[in-house]
Design a protein around this ligand. Structure first.
Ligand SMILES: Nc1ncnc2c1ncn2[C@@H]1O[C@H](COP(=O)(O)OP(=O)(O)OP(=O)(O)O)[C@@H](O)[C@H]1O
Length: 258
């Protein structure tokens, strides 16, 4: 891991009127690190992810992102165009519902190729070859390249969404309940695939999940949220095997095995 954080989050808070979305969240994310944000429904996970990915403006706080040239930029001081450029190139966002992250009425190949074109690739042959390669990496047969994702199963759609996100070699990927809507057997296979890709590509990931098994399998470090606050954070194995906070103990003991 390199010696400088990719993301420096300080005192991030988002209020919806008087209701707390998330409050006083601070952490560093290091290159190659997978951070899981866990907590019950309503604990603030989505609000935090939305603020970090600049989909939502926080009420207070700052997020500094280390650009490819090594300089830090404050995300909320960037122009809308700069943020959109980051999202198209340096970042990925894997939605729980693949339909939110895919274009359902264009082919699988175009879904992947489009992201390549956004980073300047123009050669049709290269785009198709890279798209084919990525479909294979996410275990979609290359003869499905011209099919639209609406003809795919839920698991295939999710794998296609992952290919679309990773094809540009992003440095930071946000994932919102990436296995949420899938059958248990499909989830296990997808998690295995994601874990392999994240390790191979050395990605930094922030994954939101209410499923501690997902956190266990994917993440190095985790943050536990309750009522908008981070109440415990640490190495994933430590938090799950030796939770310090009573609330985390309750979360861990409420599932039979993680
Ligand atoms: N647009 C909104 N307007 C008002 N309150 C909101 C809004 N979005 C979220 N909240 C409130 O902020 C708090 C945190 O919600 P958030 O959706 O971030 O939690 P979550 O942990 O992601 O839950 P879930 O797992 O159900 O998505 C909740 O009290 C919620 O009611």
């Amino acid at each position: 891991m390199s010696e400088q954080p990719l993301l420096k989050v300080r005192d991030l808070s988002k209020f919806y009127g008087r209701r707390i979305g998330c409050a006083n969240v601070s952490f560093d994310l290091w290159p190659g690190e997978v951070l899981a944000v866990v907590g019950e429904s309503g604990s603030g996970k989505t609000t935090l992810l939305s603020c970090l990915s600049t989909r939502l403006m926080p009420t207070t706080g700052s997020v500094d992102y280390r650009m490819r040239d090594g300089a830090y930029r404050e995300l909320y001081h960037m122009s809308e165009a700069e943020r959109r450029f980051l999202m198209r190139t340096d970042w990925g966002f894997v939605h729980q519902n693949p339909a939110d992250g895919l274009r359902m009425t264009v082919s699988a190949g175009a879904n992947v190729g489009e992201r390549l074109m956004a980073v300047g690739e123009r050669h049709y042959g290269n785009i198709r070859a890279t798209a084919t390669d990525w479909l294979e990496r996410v275990e979609i047969a290359s003869d499905r390249i011209d099919d639209q994702p609406r003809a795919f199963s839920g698991g295939m759609r999710q794998r296609l969404q992952i290919a679309r996100n990773l094809v540009t070699n992003p440095r930071l990927v946000f994932m919102d309940e990436p296995t949420g809507g899938l059958d248990v057997s499909v989830q296990a296979r997808l998690l295995d695939l994601v874990r392999g890709l994240v390790a191979d590509l050395g990605l930094s990931v922030i994954v939101v999940t209410h499923d501690l098994a997902v956190a266990r399998l994917l993440s190095h470090r985790m943050m536990v949220m309750k009522d908008g606050h981070v109440i415990e954070q640490g190495l994933t194995d430590r938090v799950l095997d030796d939770p310090r906070e009573p609330y985390t103990q309750l979360l861990v003991s409420s599932i039979l095995q993680v």
